[in-house]
Design a protein around this ligand. Structure first.
Ligand SMILES: [Zn+2]
Length: 254
């Protein structure tokens, strides 16, 4: 039967793989990231231009509606001018006519500039869309490829979940809750490898790969000899010895 330390090492590995698979399923894969960024950027530029063209067209319509209102008013005033009887009424009406004319002129300016804005946006939009076609095609092709890969990853995630369940059952309950507590505290990582410190002279020394705190040589021996469960004195992660780091095989010469 595997030692508890070996089981939790396997459990940590399975959990890491499961997390990666689940993250992939929720997100886009790394190999799509570059194209996705390019696609999203171009897409948002196009969206912004579409919005600009739409806004400019709406502004132009509003100005045109304002012009026809003001022109209606002008017609009415011009009819009234034949009916006024006093100098004061005449003066007041002329004033109104003047105001309406100024209004028309300013609205005409607004309509014209809105038209120019819409034209500029539409021209830029046509250019953007022309280049976008090819990008869109490549993007759709990658999306389709990703859709094809997804079921395999989902299946992998399902198997990993099962594996995690089985492993959990094999870990003594007290150790499992300790493992989960440490994991929660350390962003999902309950374990830390013991690494040999690179030194040219003196006796070999080791440290915790997660926090660099020193690890006594006896700890290394206890873990290797009997799978002792020992936490790092500093970060409290459970320490383990990487198989390729075994001091017996990496003993320095001289
Ligand atoms: Zn540590």
């Amino acid at each position: 039967m595997a030692r508890p330390l070996e089981t939790i090492i396997e459990l940590q590995e399975a959990l890491d793989l499961l997390e990666t698979a689940e993250r992939q399923l929720e997100d886009i894969p790394d190999w799509m990231r570059e194209l996705d960024a390019e696609y999203q950027e171009r897409k948002s530029q196009i969206d912004a231009l579409e919005q600009e063209a739409e806004d400019a067209t709406a502004a132009r319509r509003a100005a045109e509606a304002g012009i026809s209102d003001a022109q209606e008013k002008l017609k009415r005033y011009q009819k009234q001018i034949n009916e006024v009887t006093t100098q004061r009424e005449y003066g007041a009406l002329l004033q109104e006519i003047d105001t309406a004319k100024t209004q028309v002129a300013s609205l005409e300016e607004q309509a014209l500039s809105s038209m120019e804005r819409a034209d500029a946006a539409n021209t830029a939009l046509a250019e953007q869309r022309e280049g976008f076609g090819d990008l869109d095609q490549r993007y759709q092709a990658e999306l389709a490829k990703w859709e094809k890969e997804k079921p395999g990853i989902a299946e992998e995630a399902r198997k990993l979940s099962e594996r995690v369940e089985v492993l959990r059952e094999h870990v003594p309950r007290g150790l499992l809750s300790q493992f989960q507590r440490i994991r929660k505290r350390n962003g999902g990582q309950a374990l830390a490898a013991i690494r040999r410190i690179d030194r040219h002279r003196g006796p070999a020394m080791w440290h915790c790969a997660a926090c660099n705190y020193n690890v006594r040589p006896q700890v290394l021996v206890d873990i290797q000899d009997r799978g002792a469960l020992i936490q790092c004195d500093s970060c409290k992660r459970i320490l383990f010895v990487e198989t390729e780091e075994e001091p017996a095989t990496t003993a320095a010469q001289g």
